[in-house]
Design a protein around this ligand. Structure first.
Ligand code: ADP
Ligand code: MG
Length: 228
């Protein structure tokens, strides 16, 4: 089943006098359970594309269907709600809330969804256990390494039981050991829990782990390779 279907997606940035054609007609289908890397040189459109898929920014033209919903037709309040229930995000700079503990960071999304306290705490603890942080649930981000913070971010992304997780260069700030560790966890979540991951990267070791590699250049897909 396709979880994402994109048709002739274009994004033109024209806030300044220079018009930038960031995406030039992208067609793509992503199925449930994929572990897919988006690669390409800096400026090729990876972040723009992930932002469109996540409904964080709107395309200039084209369609994006997520689980059968055309997200460009949603009102902004509906889009916020749709995102909350369908999409998990992992960012390059972790973006955890500094005053909250690991557990509270993971709980936060579920709180927005209206999940009760006991269920929230149980699920947050379970997710943090899953990413190898069962003993750090009460630590604030400043007491955790970059790799540990990014694992909290993965747990947080999964808290809402999303249809898929988008990660924009999730390992860009991590050393090689933490990169490997994070990828192992993502791979295990993909294999065992069937979580769909779409991540952009510059890192060849991360590309090697992907089962499908989509390469962007100048806002177009120049190759799309599935491995077995
Ligand atoms: P990547 O993530 O692959 O490095 P981006 O999606 O960030 O690529 O950028 C694609 C192109 O769009 C680049 O030419 C970039 O300079 C431009 N761009 C990105 N965001 C904006 C913006 N908010 N306003 C204007 N141009 C932008
Ligand atoms: Mg980028």
């Amino acid at each position: 089943m396709n979880v994402i279907e994109v048709k002739d997606l274009k994004k033109i940035y024209n806030e300044s006098e220079v018009k930038v054609n960031a995406l030039n007609g992208i067609d793509l289908k992503i199925e449930q359970g994929e572990f897919t890397a988006i690669v390409g040189p800096s400026g090729s459109g990876k972040t723009t594309f992930l932002n469109m898929l996540g409904g964080l920014d709107l395309p200039t033209t084209g369609d994006i269907q997520i689980g059968g919903t055309d997200i460009q037709n949603l009102k902004s309040s509906e889009l916020i709600d749709f995102r909350l229930h369908n999409i998990g995000f992992v960012f390059q700079a972790y973006n955890l809330i500094p005053v909250l503990t690991a557990m509270e960071n993971v709980e936060f999304i579920m709180q927005l969804q209206g999940v009760g306290k006991k269920e929230r705490q149980d699920r947050a603890a379970e997710l943090l256990e899953h990413v190898g942080l069962g003993d750090r649930i009460n630590s604030r981000p400043s007491k955790l390494s970059g790799g540990q913070q990014q694992r909290v971010a993965v747990a947080r992304a999964l808290a809402s039981k999303p249809k898929f997780v988008l990660a924009d260069e999730p390992t860009a700030n991590l050393d090689s050991k933490s990169t490997e560790n994070l990828l192992d966890i993502m791979e295990e979540l993909n294999k065992k829990e069937k979580i769909t991951f779409i991540f952009s990267t510059h890192d060849q070791r991360v590309v090697n782990k992907a089962r499908r590699v989509i390469t962007l250049e100048d806002g177009q897909i120049i190759s799309d390779i599935r491995k077995n």
